[in-house]
Design a protein around this ligand. Structure first.
Ligand SMILES: Nc1nc2c(ncn2[C@@H]2O[C@H](COP(=O)(O)OP(=O)(O)OP(=O)(O)O)[C@@H](O)[C@H]2O)c(=O)[nH]1
Ligand SMILES: [Mg+2]
Length: 340
């Protein structure tokens, strides 16, 4: 979407609505989303004298693009993504330090009606992170529209109990004819909440999102060093990067019945040597993950290694094993061991 805009502040929305009607009446809708005055003020972080710092939870149902948005905001991949729901299992922290603000972004698992113990723990983790954060960016998928599951996620996680705004993501997938009614509907449902259309995939309008967020953070010193990107350990990143490739390579229940545990991590002559176990619940799942002649596990290992090398900027040797741990998703002890 080529238009300049795109911060719809709630206070500006009424005026925008009036302008839109006039533009519409004149048969000219090309400039509907102009940066509002309020938006322009927040678009100049250098003009803000104080330093601001706080945690910002990315919240919403699964698959709306929370983790993709986090990565795009940071310009680095700290959270795994996939086209399947419930990819993120625990809170992922990503730090972005600008001249006048440090935003501590907190990616959270998608909020859904959890039936299994693992899924309940995922949703609990999301809800806890949201309640502990200084503000919340609720993410909605523009292509899917504002569906009841979005409203449920916002309400169940008590998103509105903190300062919050709505990022309408996947702007690249919709034209104005779909975006305008969506923004109108959201504006009616949440009249006091600012709406920021973005595309995490294309990186569109992220400056407006950052400005809107920075302006709402509490005043305070930076909590993390400027160059810090995430609080995840190298082990945790390996586990997640392997899990991402399992999500990409397999289907059905397999992504949801697997977990990854790093068993050994050491540096040998400039090479990080890592061995990790992929846990599955059944022998049939193990057979699929190993693949014919080990082809599937090799592919997962190679792709995960490439991602690791890109992230860390150094060489890895990654060995993967598949082990059956019957019903591990139902074991509280195993879930805790896996950080869930
Ligand atoms: N076209 C398009 N696709 C996007 C955009 N943002 C995310 N996606 C895709 O949406 C899918 C889900 O993205 P994720 O970032 O994993 O979504 P999530 O909200 O973190 O999902 P959970 O972790 O399961 O809660 C992936 O296939 C992404 O590539 C976007 O701006 N445009
Ligand atoms: Mg995610």
């Amino acid at each position: 979407m080529a238009d300049p805009v795109l911060l719809m502040t709630s206070s500006a929305r009424a005026g925008e609505e009036q302008r839109r009607r006039s533009a519409s009446a004149a048969g000219n809708e090309t400039n509907l989303f102009r940066m509002t005055d309020a938006g322009r003020m927040t678009d100049t972080p250098s003009a803000v004298k104080v330093f601001r710092c706080g945690t910002v939870a990315l919240a919403g149902r699964s698959n709306v693009g929370k983790s993709t948005l986090l990565n795009r905001l940071l310009g680095a991949k700290v959270a795994i993504t996939s086209d399947k729901p419930q990819t993120t299992r625990s809170r992922i922290l990503g730090i972005r330090t600008l001249a006048d603000a440090q935003m501590v972004w907190v990616d959270t698992p998608g909020i859904h009606r959890a039936r299994s113990m693992m899924n309940r723990r995922m949703v609990d983790a999301a809800e806890r992170s949201i309640l502990e954060s200084d503000m919340v960016v609720a993410v909605i998928d523009a292509k899917e529209g504002f569906i009841p599951a979005d409203r449920e996620a916002i309400e169940r996680a008590a998103v509105g109990s903190r300062p919050w705004l709505i990022a309408v993501n996947k702007l690249d997938l919709v034209g104005k004819s779909a975006l305008i009614p969506l923004l109108d509907g959201l504006g009616r449902a949440y009249p006091d909440v600012d709406l920021v259309p973005v595309s995490a995939k294309k990186g569109s309008n992220l400056a407006a999102l950052e400005c809107a967020v920075a302006a709402r953070l509490p005043e305070g010193e930076a909590v993390y060093p400027r160059d810090e990107l995430t609080d995840q350990s190298a082990r945790a990143l390996v586990q997640e990067f392997v899990r991402e490739q399992i999500f990409a390579a397999t289907g059905g229940e397999i992504p949801y019945k697997t977990a990854v545990l790093v068993e050994q991590f050491e540096e040998k002559r400039g090479l990080d040597v890592v061995s990790a176990v992929i846990l599955v619940e059944r022998n049939s799942q193990k057979r699929i993950l190993v693949g014919s002649g080990g082809s599937m596990i090799r592919q997962i290992g190679t792709l995960a290694r490439h991602e690791l090398e890109r992230f860390f900027g150094r060489r890895f040797h990654l060995e993967l094993f598949v082990k059956v741990r019957r019903d591990w998703t139902k074991s509280p002890r195993m879930l805790t061991e896996l950080g869930l």
